[in-house]
Design a binder for this molecule. Structure first.
Ligand SMILES: Cc1ncc(COP(=O)(O)O)c(C=O)c1O
Length: 374
């Protein structure tokens, strides 16, 4: 039996892993099935009869409220890593007299790899890495780009996006935010804050499905800039197959190759769920549930060490604990229906996504945790 009208989670399972892969909603499954039918029936004609090529932009518009952005500032395409590369290259072109990308030591490794790989194109480009508290002092007018992940994938610590964006801008630094662990979990305000670029995953709190495409947000003020990666789908007229590149207007210029239609169809359904969601309330509920988890673990499982902040506003939507036998604990929890994950060497991450978990899930998860610690 299913315990939630929207999501496919069986009775007896406590799904605390939305920070990694969100579950399937009925809407996502229905939309994916519709995509499959369109392919079966229409085959190549589907490109026109099913309006597949409209999906990246259409889903960008559907994602806009989640990013707090204008509806023409984001598009769904490629992976987060590839989108990050596109943003960094364009940002470095805008700030072409500067060569430093500033980040924090604990940024997501994939983001650091991408930034490092730019040195292969231009050996003067360097990735400068400092601790989170050192970021403000490390910002100066030699920095081209500030590249940060809003919510840390390990301890869920959350940067002050408004403050850092403002400090960076005051020094002429372009900001690129990775919102992978924020989007769909809390309200965001990209346009209001004047964020230059942002990227992120849609398979975590947006529940788009395994490997669902990433998004790229580019502020209107940069839409005239020609992207460094000139994809044929970002051409003003892709099917003219012109020898000379001419960029499409606006955010479409950030498309590269053929979109992953079936993944986009699943994501289309997943995003429909958010039409009725108040992100302020969602975030509020996530903080209440996280507090319940922390209180219960404080009193029942003191062997675990909280590595996330106790201040809910300084955290994202997961809560992380450390324990020397974290991998064994996670294996036991999963075997008993509590789906969490492990990050080496000693972290247990509990994802709190109130679209499909409630106080009962937290209570049961902690009861099962207590048993597995005995
Ligand atoms: C914060 C963050 N950035 C980037 C990525 C990489 O995303 P992708 O593999 O879709 O490129 C991930 C993946 O989990 C992530 O958590």
């Amino acid at each position: 039996m299913k315990k939630n009208a929207t999501f496919d989670i069986p009775e007896g399972q406590y799904y605390l892993c939305g920070h990694s892969l969100g579950p399937a909603s009925k809407q996502a499954v229905a939309s994916l099935q519709q995509g499959l039918q369109g392919w079966q029936q229409d085959k190549v004609k589907g490109w026109s009869t099913q309006f597949w090529l409209d999906l990246p932009e259409k889903l960008g518009k559907a994602l806009a409220p989640l990013l707090g952005a204008h509806s023409d500032e984001e598009i769904v395409a490629d992976s987060t890593s590839v989108n990050l590369l596109k943003c960094l290259l364009t940002a470095l072109t805008i700030n072409h007299n500067r060569k430093i990308i500033l980040t924090e030591n604990d940024n997501f490794p994939a983001d650091r790899y991408i930034a490092h790989s730019l040195s292969a194109i231009d050996e003067n480009i360097t990735l400068k890495s400092v601790t989170a508290p050192e970021l403000v002092d490390a910002l100066d007018d030699s920095v081209a780009v500030l590249m940060l992940t809003h919510v840390n994938y390990r301890n869920a610590s959350q940067h002050d996006m408004a403050m850092l964006t403002q400090k960076a801008h005051a020094l002429g630094v372009i900001v690129v935010w990775d919102l992978s662990h924020s989007v769909g979990a809390m309200p965001l305000h990209c346009s209001l804050l004047g964020v230059d670029f942002a990227v992120g995953c849609t398979y975590k709190y947006v529940n788009g499905g395994p490997g669902s495409p990433g998004f790229i947000y580019v502020a209107r003020k940069h839409h005239n800039q020609t992207p460094v990666i000139k994809g044929w789908m970002g051409h003003i007229s892709p099917f003219a197959f012109a020898q000379v590149y001419q960029k499409a207007a606006g955010i479409k210029a950030y498309l590269t190759g053929t979109p992953s239609i079936l993944s986009l169809k699943a994501l289309e359904g997943a995003l429909a769920v958010f039409r009725d969601v108040d992100l302020e309330q969602l975030r509020e509920k996530s903080m209440v549930l996280s507090q319940q988890l922390i209180d219960n673990i404080d009193s029942c499982v003191p062997q675990l060490t909280l590595v996330s902040s106790r201040d809910p506003r300084a955290r994202g939507s997961h809560v992380a604990y450390s324990h020397p036998f974290a991998d064994k604990i996670v294996t036991d929890l999963i075997a008993n229906g509590v789906i969490v994950d492990y990050r080496a060497p000693d972290l247990i991450r509990f994802g709190i996504a109130p679209l499909y978990i409630d106080g009962h899930d937290i209570e049961k998860a902690v009861q099962i945790l207590v048993k597995s610690m005995c």
